[in-house]
Design a protein around this ligand. Structure first.
Ligand code: SF4
Ligand code: MG
Length: 334
């Protein structure tokens, strides 16, 4: 299937008083039409930065796009001006955030926030846009949409606000929807409803989705493919089944062991990954996971592993897959 998005060799740094923080270092991944891709990893791994870079929402300076490209429908977003990006944001690419209040305008009625975007991007008349806004609020499951359209965001509950934000993000039928921790702030029932809603809307509109999350349950439920990030790099990528049932990177394996699973034996302890990610002011020369990895070998200290094909488009960046590491690899497989 055709790629809607291709991120190639992306490097992003933040310039701080302490020096250059190399937040994203050579990230590659793609999203196909109609597909849902999850980007997972601990906080600070660069997943949100990567997502926001697609919308070019990171202020420059201090952000610097050092290298690489972000091809959206074949066009490099990194070469677009702010004015061109304004046309793309909300129109071709929609974004929903963890906290709806960061993207909803508290001083504007909810309905109007949708109609504005329809008038601006789709050239609708005020009347058409109003009708469409009500339709959208209804579609995301907001009861009494004509009454609700006239209310301000603070008059909505948390779950309703999240729905309103999705309605706004979807108003112009974006080809790509980026959801950064979309349900983290919500209780479990509402979380399930919002995810279900996103799935339904995807079926209706065929939009591609990127979900940024630290929640592997959300990934298992929603995604076709997964990108596991660690310390600003891609550690592993594959289908949900490949990642959950045949993880090839010790970090992925660690992530999976650190969350509760249905097949767990009673009293089986969770195993958190000990230690902290490296300081990206001074990224390590070798494997970024070296200091925390129970399979680390001498080669990992100073030599950076690159993403290697494991079969079936499943890729991992780890020296365990080198023929000379076969004995450690057997240990890992157990
Ligand atoms: Fe561990 Fe070495 Fe693989 Fe890095 S390259 S994850 S340190 S085994
Ligand atoms: Mg984040």
């Amino acid at each position: 299937m055709e790629n809607i998005l291709e991120v190639r060799d992306l490097h992003i740094s933040f310039h701080t008083y302490a020096g250059e923080v190399k937040a994203v270092r050579g990230v590659n991944f793609e999203v196909k039409k109609g597909e849902t891709v999850g980007i997972v990893g601990e906080s600070g791994c660069g997943k949100s930065v990567t997502a926001q870079s697609i919308m070019k929402l990171l202020p420059q300076p201090p952000t610097q796009y050092k290298q690489g490209s972000i091809l959206f429908s074949g066009q490099d977003l990194l070469k677009k001006s702010e004015k061109e990006m304004q046309k793309i944001r909300g129109n071709d690419i929609g974004m929903i955030f963890q906290d709806p209040m960061t993207s909803l305008n508290p001083t504007m009625k909810t309905g109007r926030q949708i109609t504005e975007s329809l008038i601006k991007h789709q050239g609708m008349s005020a009347g058409e846009a109003h009708k469409q806004a009500i339709e959208l609020l209804k579609m995301v499951g907001i009861p009494q949409p004509d009454k609700r359209a006239n209310q301000y965001p603070h008059e909505f509950s948390g779950g309703m606000r999240q729905r309103a934000m999705i309605a706004i993000a979807l108003a112009c039928r974006p080809k790509l929807l980026i959801a950064d921790e979309p349900t983290t702030a919500l209780d479990v029932t509402i979380q399930a409803q919002i995810l279900e809603l996103m799935k339904e809307l995807q079926e209706k509109t065929g939009t591609s989705i990127i979900i940024i999350t630290h929640d592997l349950g959300v990934v298992a439920d929603m995604c076709d493919r997964v990108v596991v990030m660690y310390a600003g790099e891609v550690a592993e990528t594959g289908t949900v089944d490949q990642i959950f049932y045949q993880p090839q990177h010790p970090y992925t394996k660690g992530l999976l062991k650190s969350v509760p699973r249905l097949d767990m034996k009673r009293n089986e302890p969770l195993a958190p990954i000990i230690g902290t990610p490296p300081d990206l002011l001074h990224p390590p020369a070798g494997c970024p996971f070296f200091a925390r990895c129970e399979y680390a070998m001498e080669v990992c200290r100073n030599h950076k592993p690159v993403l290697e094909e494991m079969g079936g488009n499943h890729q991992a960046a780890c020296w365990l897959h080198h023929p000379l590491a076969s004995n450690r690899k057997e240990e890992f497989a157990q």
